[in-house]
Ligand binder design. Sequence first.
Ligand code: NAP
Length: 283
Amino acid sequence: MSKTEKIFSHKKAIITGGSKGIGKAVAIEFVKNGGSAYIIARNKKDLLAAAEEIQRACSSDTQNVIPLACDTTDMKAFMPLLDDIIRKNGTPDYLMNFVGYARPAYVQDMTIDDFRKHMDTNYYGQLVPILAMLPHFLRERRGHIVNCSSLLGFMGIAGYAAYTPTKYALCGLTESLRNELKPYNIALSILYPPDTETPGFEEENRSKPLEVMLMSETGGLLSPEQVAQKLIAGVVKKRFYIMPGQSRLLWSIARHFPRLAHVIMDGELKKARKKAAGKNKTR
Ligand SMILES: NC(=O)c1ccc[n+]([C@@H]2O[C@H](COP(=O)([O-])OP(=O)(O)OC[C@H]3O[C@@H](n4cnc5c(N)ncnc54)[C@H](OP(=O)(O)O)[C@@H]3O)[C@@H](O)[C@H]2O)c1
């Protein structure tokens, strides 16, 4: 690498969910380090605005930022889009998946549709791009897939019964593919963001029951830029687990001391219920 070349010079990444929040911050960090990005999301106006912003972070006119409108849960739409990109520009080096959302609610207030929609977007919305990309990575015997789980991908808390299983499912998928694709020189990483200040998080807060809101208040909030920097550092080192902020500590507690994790979470819920009862009384 010459002195002027950056870590991702001549590298290309497909970044699903790249028009907002964590995905957009990752796209900015990727191009700042010399790469080119294809950002994928549904809303065209947001995509174009994001592409302009990401383009401003590029430092060379050989870098491209290409916005592509597509619902990533739709295999029939995604497959030809990807094949077209690859025919014109070659196989990208990275697939980074950030599509996902959460609408917290108590389990008795949700319908089966709420569960299905979460699974459809969060799990299949990241699986479809992988299945479409795999034949190209396998043919070239190279590639790096990054999936986005959550702190709630290794521990469950009240209010997230529809969201949490989708993030556990992504862990299972990524673990399984890590082992299976290693002989083909295809790397896997999984990101576990804690609460992060994004448009998606703002939307999530609108439906959060009071007790759940009080519980999550104790956890702190990262910026999407902090998460993106941690992710890019992890990707460069080909780390499997990428855990920004308090995720690392909580992951260690949940994995090594699961009963302690339950005691902590139950204590947090108890405190939150007490506080919520107090607030409701004063209303
Ligand atoms: N923010 C947090 O606190 C937090 C914590 C843990 C984990 N996460 C995870 O991190 C990821 C990013 O979250 P975020 O907060 O940055 O979300 P965000 O601000 O809502 O951004 C989500 C992005 O995904 C796109 N998207 C959503 N559904 C899509 C679909 N079906 N097809 C294509 N694009 C789609 C959105 O654009 P369109 O709507 O235009 O399609 C947008 O670009 C998610 O997987 C989330 O579960 C977030």
